[in-house]
Design a protein around this ligand. Structure first.
Ligand SMILES: C[S@@+](CC[C@H](N)C(=O)[O-])C[C@H]1O[C@@H](n2cnc3c(N)ncnc32)[C@H](O)[C@@H]1O
Length: 223
């Protein structure tokens, strides 16, 4: 019989999911976005892999299986900007674990006391050459922080240029885009949902995080 599978929540285009499958691990994926799932399926097909992927939101997760491990990589849990939706997602993730199963989620403290509450200047945050035609794709970003509600609001400008001429332009505003949590608040979320043996780890290591670390992973067990 196959070992109990893991679940990659917010699997996107399969950056991690497809790697895990290629290594022979049993991992299902779930993502809210049909476009991301379609890209993931295309990549899987090219690699000869057959992922099980569900299109669902984590805050209304309702899957037929129960998992030994559930992970939400890339701080994607913080994309739930509504606190009640975040609490509901925690309840759903808990419900989808087998007894003894573990939930692991990395968090990023996006704003810290003393830092500016707004970055008005655009900052180049991504740059890549498109293989097909050599066009240069670039992203500029800026953000502001609602400190009281712990919400980040972002704007991104995308430009694709060929021979120094802009051929595609897009402007995206996400308001709010992301919620941030302190270590204590993240632990409270786990506790409220029923998790025990909660640990705060440094970045994506197995070492305990120090209290001032902004990038940390929280792990909790379903009793
Ligand atoms: C930052 S990407 C991470 C993708 C992938 N895990 C990785 O590390 O490359 C966030 C992903 O979460 C998905 N997502 C956003 N909100 C979600 C939600 N409420 N439920 C499930 N997936 C969600 C997005 O569609 C996107 O694919």
């Amino acid at each position: 019989m196959d070992p109990p599978p893991a679940l990659d929540v917010g699997c996107g285009t399969g950056r991690l999911l497809l790697d895990f499958l290629a290594h022979g691990l049993y991992v299902d994926g779930v993502d809210i976005s049909p476009e991301m799932i379609e890209l993931c399926r295309q990549k899987a097909q090219a690699l000869g892999l057959h992922p099980v992927i569900y299109q669902q939101a984590m805050e209304s997760l309702d899957l037929p299986r129960r998992y030994r491990t559930i992970f939400v990589p890339s701080s994607s849990f913080q994309l739930l900007t509504d606190l009640e939706a975040a609490r509901e997602a925690m309840r759903r993730l808990f419900a989808h674990l087998q007894a003894g199963g573990v939930l692991a989620m990395p968090f990023m403290l996006i704003w810290k006391e003393g830092e500016p509450v707004e970055h008005q200047d655009w900052k180049l945050t991504g740059e890549k050459v498109r293989l097909e035609d050599g066009a240069l794709a670039r992203r500029w970003s800026r953000a502001r922080y609602d400190v009281e509600n712990q919400l980040e609001h972002t704007e991104d400008r995308y430009e694709v240029s060929l021979n120094d001429e802009a051929i595609e332009l897009e402007h995206h505003r996400r308001s709010p885009a992301t919620r941030w949590y302190t270590q204590a608040q993240a632990v409270d979320l786990y506790r409220e949902a029923g998790f025990t043996d909660i640990q705060i780890l440094s970045e994506s290591t197995r070492q305990p995080a120090s209290a001032d670390e902004a990038i940390f992973t929280v792990i909790g067990r379903k009793p």
